[in-house]
Design a protein around this ligand. Structure first.
Ligand SMILES: *Cc1c(COP(=O)(O)O)cnc(C)c1O
Length: 381
């Protein structure tokens, strides 16, 4: 008997690893009348956001650019190299660094791995030995294509030990706001508004080291993405061109929301870690396989021959949007977001729906095992 005729009247759940849902608190803040960007009212908001970002990233400067994350990736390669870059490619976003480099005329040395495999320190050392004129290394902290974490701290330390002058460009777009990022050996740390900050897309961040700042000031480059020009302006709490005022207001609301809920960033990091850990345990408990060898905490990624059907059923029956894979991982994986504020009842509903979906597909008899393990893990941490 068909018993699933009930129409779900819940709002669709957005569980894709970016864009993430924007909380009411932030939406309200962004819904205020338009502020002109050359006003003291906006400059004071800009100053507050700068201060928050400096504290969050523990770097001497942070730039905000009106662009999606890719714009900041291009700005960094353009700024910190003139002929040769080393790019770590374990997925679509690593591939992007190489693509940008070639598009702007750089020679690109790539360390290519399967999308479930992190870069090894040996491979990086070898590339550095072989190509003495590499000017910067580009890598993801979390490669979102397969939810993979690279050993970025060790890689950055290795590069700097080898040659202090090589710039370390880290794409932290799906790490910023999820975990504490050790910026000791990072020169440029890239973030974006639409992931853990839970904002609309359109604002990119670049945290800068002292070494990076000195270099930028000595060798200004480019026009729109001229980081020297931005540094000069942003130190005065303004931008070279029209600022993305509404999203910057949203960033301030993000930090204000933490204060309003008596939360520190470390609480958010802990929460995301716990949710990610419990989700992985729950999924494994119902015989699903976690795709990356070194999973990041920003998302859980499962590879399954049923991935396409699971995504379809989650949407059709439970109104849940999870993400599939791209390119070579199309129809092979599904990705569940953990970035930003993910309410416990929502992720629990998603995990339960996945187990129900396995029953619908005739793979497994439902016995609420996934949710049981999920809560056991959460309560035991
Ligand atoms: C989302 C994302 C980006 C940014 O892509 P845009 O679409 O340009 O914002 C870059 N790197 C990673 C790892 C991402 O997850």
């Amino acid at each position: 008997m068909e018993t699933n005729k009930m129409k779900l009247i819940t709002q669709a759940l957005l569980f894709t690893p970016g864009p993430t849902p924007t909380p009411e608190y932030i939406r309200q803040a962004m819904a205020q009348p338009t502020l002109h960007h050359r006003t003291s009212a906006f400059e004071s908001i800009f100053a507050a956001v700068r201060m928050h970002l400096h504290a969050m990233l523990q770097m001497p400067e942070t730039l905000m650019l009106a662009s999606s994350g890719t714009g900041a990736m291009e700005a960094c390669i353009h700024t910190f190299s003139s002929h040769k870059i080393l790019s770590i490619n374990s997925g679509k976003f690593g591939e992007r660094f190489g693509g940008i480099g070639r598009a702007i005329g750089r020679e690109v040395i790539e360390i290519i791995n399967e999308w479930d495999t992190p870069a090894s320190l040996e491979s990086i050392e070898q590339a550095l030995m072989q190509h003495k004129d590499i000017e910067c290394i580009c890598l993801q902290i979390c490669e979102s294509a397969g939810g993979l974490a690279h050993p970025y701290k060790e890689i950055a330390a290795l590069v700097k030990k080898y040659n202090q002058d090589i710039f370390v460009i880290a794409d932290g777009i799906t790490a910023m706001g999820v975990e504490h990022i050790d910026t000791t050996h990072i020169d440029a740390l890239i973030g974006g508004s639409q992931k853990a900050f839970m904002l609309p897309p359109g604002l990119a961040f670049i945290g800068l080291s002292k070494q990076a700042i000195d270099f930028i000031e000595q060798y200004p480059k480019g026009y729109y993405f001229n980081l020297a020009k931005e540094l000069k302006n942003q130190r005065k709490n303004t931008t070279a061109y029209t600022a993305t005022t509404s999203i910057i207001i949203g960033v301030k609301a993000y930090f204000d929301m933490l204060v309003a809920h008596d939360l520190e960033l470390t609480d958010i990091y802990q929460y995301s870690t716990n949710i990610a850990h419990a989700t992985r345990q729950a999924l494994q408990a119902i015989d699903l396989h976690i795709y990356p060898k070194t999973p990041a905490n920003s998302m859980s990624v499962v590879d399954s021959i049923y991935a396409k059907d699971i995504i379809k059923i989650l949407k059709a029956r439970y109104n849940i949007n999870v993400a599939g894979g791209q390119d070579r991982l199309k129809d092979k994986i599904f990705r569940i977001n953990h970035m930003g504020y993910v309410p416990l009842h929502e992720i629990a509903f998603v995990i339960n729906a996945i187990e129900l979906t396995l029953q619908i597909l005739g793979i497994r008899t439902f016995n609420a095992q996934a949710n049981r393990i999920f809560f056991e893990c959460l309560m035991n941490v």
